[in-house]
Write a protein that binds this ligand. Structure first.
Ligand code: ADP
Length: 390
């Protein structure tokens, strides 16, 4: 037996999962939060039982990865980790599929850091730490942009002078690992729908939507950065570029201040002044909380129309992500205004979080498919090991 580890290294957190390399069965998963003096490691086995705590320093990515290995010992013993799959936010123009990471490729990926300064450096730091922790394992990079790499030019470009497009100022699109997973699940659940026109709404703390025709990305709400499109927990979503100019010129804000505003103080948190968490807002009587949820629902409805228009129609709508998978009331509100697209919910199925939540008469099928980005990464790592993926 051997083990594949998946890692998602953020600015101060490290999410991990361990899979059987031979079967892609999950063994355990967990997270290290607040890497540094206040760090905490939490892990559970595949059945959901919490694994014993480890008492090790967690001050760096490398220390955190070493602690992960110790935390996993009760379930993997001395089984070797043969591959580590990494979530990497940006693959640029070059990487349209997973790749075995080498020093040369890491240098090319580091050149993309200016395109995703809040994520890419941390993702790559995780790779370097894993190379040190597992010198005998292959390291495989899986990119959030790859799923969209071959979307049409009209969705790839902004109407700026060509100079900028040629230098990489493009709509890359993100959440590709999630769209990849949902597309492959849909192929199993409803193969004929998977060949049609599908809108996937990935609604989590980060949120985006994608128009997928015959399994390929046609349009998406996220663009150059993970800021565009839908409002998110703390990110603003679509914003008139004139607002940024105003903040720079008239409010005297620096780029760093604007970045903090748009990434960490906006979205549901900014509008409500209360929380970035949909559960808190949905339960609140505060009028600003209500308005924040109204805005979120409205923008999803609006983008649903836009995504369907990009494909000349819609055959299926799929919800995923923390909100999409769990918030039946938000799903119902989004679908309420979509009867014109042939969407009719079955409210009982929706309340039960059934796989298909539309009525039997609905022209467009509405589904809930829990996403699993880690499994996409594990399968890519397994494929890279030269094994067959079922
Ligand atoms: P991330 O983008 O960080 O992976 P998730 O996909 O875990 O985020 O989604 C987090 C969001 O899902 C939060 O806004 C949370 O409130 C929301 N959420 C999770 N469970 C529920 C629920 N039962 N009802 C409403 N919202 C929920």
């Amino acid at each position: 037996m051997s083990v594949i580890l998946t890692l998602n290294a953020g600015s101060s957190s490290l999410k991990f999962s361990a899979y059987h390399a031979e079967t892609d069965a999950l063994i355990a998963s967990g997270k290290v939060d607040r890497i540094g003096p206040q760090a905490r490691l939490w892990a559970q086995d595949a059945a959901g039982s919490e694994l014993p705590a480890v008492d090790l320093p967690l001050s760096t990515n490398l220390a955190a990865i070493k602690a992960v290995v110790v935390a996993l010992a009760p379930v993997i013993g001395s089984t070797p980790v043969v591959a580590v799959g990494h979530r990497i936010v940006h693959g640029g123009l070059e990487f349209d599929r997973p790749v075995i990471l080498t020093d040369t490729i890491l240098t090319r990926l580091a050149a993309l850091e200016p395109f995703a300064p809040l994520h890419q450096p941390h993702n790559l730091a995780g790779v370097r730490a894993a190379m040190e922790a597992f010198p005998d394992a292959i390291q495989v990079g899986c990119f959030d942009t790859a799923f969209h790499r071959h979307h049409p030019f009209v969705n790839d470009t902004f109407a700026l002078p060509r100079y900028y497009y040629d230098r990489g100022v493009r709509r890359y699109g993100f959440h590709g690992l999630s769209y990849d997973y949902v597309t492959s699940r849909l192929q199993t659940i409803a193969p004929s729908l998977a060949e049609g026109r599908v809108v996937v709404a990935h609604l989590g703390n980060g949120a985006s939507m994608c128009a997928i025709q015959n399994g390929a990305s046609v349009a998406s709400t996220m663009g150059f950065s993970a800021l565009d499109g839908l409002p998110m927990g703390t990110r603003c979503g679509q914003l008139d570029a004139g607002v940024v100019l105003y903040l720079l010129d008239q409010q005297g804000m620096t780029a760093a201040q604007i970045s903090a505003l748009l990434y960490t103080q906006s979205g549901l948190l900014g509008l409500s002044g209360l929380s970035n968490d949909m559960r808190v807002l949905s339960a609140s009587d505060d009028p600003h909380a209500r308005e924040a949820v109204d805005y979120f629902v409205f923008r999803v409805q609006r983008e649903l129309g836009a995504m369907a228009a990009a494909m000349g129609g819609i055959d299926a709508l799929v919800f995923c992500g923390g909100i999409g998978e769990n918030a039946a009331d938000i799903r119902a509100r989004i679908c309420e205004r979509a009867a014109w697209m042939g969407i009719e919910l079955d409210h009982g199925r929706n309340a039960d979080h059934a796989q298909i939540i539309s009525s039997d008469l609905s022209r467009t099928t509405v589904l809930v498919i829990p996403t699993n980005e880690e499994l996409v990464i594990a399968r890519a790592a397994r494929q890279a090991l030269g094994q067959k993926v079922d």
